[in-house]
Design a protein around this ligand. Structure first.
Ligand SMILES: *Cc1c(COP(=O)(O)O)cnc(C)c1O
Length: 430
């Protein structure tokens, strides 16, 4: 569900026409809908109501401080993967005591910073890391709250680059080793407080079966760890997939029905499958959604610069490239692309939508049927709110795009477009 709709031939974010934002702020431009983020949070929160639960939004999906502040005000916590993300959460008014710290390569500086800020828990991904956190905490005269991430060896049935819960992935500790790891940590790490168990099997899961399989596989382990070490929480990770195909006409009930079958994973189906298994544990349940919260809450606007009719293909060359949105080339991510002004003519044409970057992998869509758009007209790349701006770079010395948060009829620049001075900041002649 989202708040992007055509109204009188113009694409709107909530009550704001996107064309006006593109003209005022330039392109490429990321635009987020606050109502969509709030709606996603509220629906997930309600579906987990039977559990003592905390939603820890995965900051890496979209880390703009205005987005983080929206989630903090709704009572959300955060799943962070670096000191930088914790710094952002604090700047946004988020509570460190609701933050879990994931990732396989935490450094001393990061561990120290997180300890001093009083985070809720470190989710450790190796035994070496547990020992290191113990050592750093000891040196600071502190106790470090820790959970261990289990790798349940479950196939998430998603893209290979976003699968995390198989034994061949670098994440977590093998299922069969977990109990020994807890036992050794309890025996030899006096500066740790064992608080929980965590898992996360992958991203963009569009079926509930792998979630259910993982939860059912890990529950006996959670029960045993709870009995032995008195843990207080079990984190089931994130990974709830979103529908990258959108209807932009309000009240298009037939469309939603048809496409519900393409992506059967609704938040209701997810909760109905896992909550009955989690409730009897009597633990606090953490959930770490990233994409679900923000993916469909954002679009990237881009302007058509040129058209090139080649021997094999028609190319629409736009002003946004893989440095602005890398998902299509990195993950074969599919993003719907629509014109900001609905054309009167229903004709579509098969084109490649490509950016200005000097790489053949620089495309937003290939062999895609889109309406006829001319140079100077604008396109919206939909479902770009997650892993969009956060993965942007300055490749080809292109400034990072601006970001806008729409709330009703108000549009706020929540990050200014970089200037060339910004891009070269800190660089010196030898
Ligand atoms: C990336 C990540 C998430 C969020 O994944 P989504 O697919 O965006 O929901 C949650 N937990 C951990 C540990 C992660 O690394």
């Amino acid at each position: 569900m989202h708040s992007f709709r055509y109204h009188q031939g113009q694409l709107f974010a909530e009550n704001v026409p996107l064309q006006s934002l593109a003209e005022k702020h330039g392109t490429p431009l990321y635009v987020y809908s606050k109502a969509t983020i709030t709606g996603h949070f509220t629906r997930l929160d309600a579906s987990l109501a039977k559990l003592n639960h905390l939603i820890c939004y995965a900051v890496k999906a979209n880390s703009n401080i205005a987005v983080l502040s929206t989630i903090a005000k709704l009572g959300g916590g955060f799943d962070i993967v670096s000191a930088g993300e914790l710094y952002r959460v604090i700047k946004a008014g988020g509570d460190p005591a609701k933050c879990t710290f994931a990732g396989v390569g935490k450094t001393r500086d990061e561990i120290e910073y997180a300890l001093k800020q009083g985070i809720y828990c470190f989710n450790a991904e190796s035994e070496a890391e547990l020992h290191y956190i113990n050592q750093v905490a000891g040196e600071l005269g502190m106790k470090a709250p820790v959970a261990v991430r289990v790798n349940p060896n479950v196939d998430a049935k998603t893209h290979a680059k976003i699968t995390t819960g198989k034994s061949e992935n670098k994440f977590g500790i093998d299922f069969d080793q977990i109990l020994d790891v807890y036992a050794r940590a309890a025996a030899s790490c006096p500066h740790l407080v064992i608080k929980g168990l965590q898992m996360h099997i992958g991203s963009q899961l569009t079926n509930v079966a792998p979630f259910l399989e993982a939860v059912q596989k890990v529950i006996p382990l959670v029960t045993e760890v709870k009995a032995k070490y008195g843990i207080e929480f079990f984190s089931i990770g994130g990974g709830i997939g979103i529908n990258y195909k959108q209807s932009l006409d309000s009240g298009d009930a037939a469309w939603w029905q048809e496409n519900a079958e393409v992506h059967p994973l609704t938040v209701q189906a997810y909760a109905e499958a896992v909550v009955p298994h989690l409730e009897p544990l009597g633990l606090r349940i953490l959930c770490e959604p990233g994409r679900f919260m923000v993916g469909n809450a954002g679009v990237m606007l881009t302007k058509v610069l040129y058209e090139k009719r080649g021997a094999a293909k028609v190319f629409k060359i736009v002003d946004a490239g893989m440095n602005d949105l890398i998902r299509p080339t990195l993950y074969e991510g599919w993003h719907q692309i629509v014109p900001l002004k609905q054309p009167a003519d229903a004709t579509v044409e098969k084109v490649d939508v490509v950016g200005p970057i000097c790489e053949s992998g620089d495309f937003l869509a290939q062999n895609r049927e889109i309406p006829l758009v001319k140079a100077g007209e604008y396109l919206a790349v939909l479902s770009a709110g997650a892993y969009g701006f956060t993965m942007a770079s300055n490749y080809n010395t292109r400034p990072m795009p601006a970001e806008i948060l729409v709330d009703g009829d108000k549009a706020t620049v929540v990050r200014e477009r970089q200037t060339l001075e910004d891009v070269l900041k800190g660089e010196h002649l030898a």
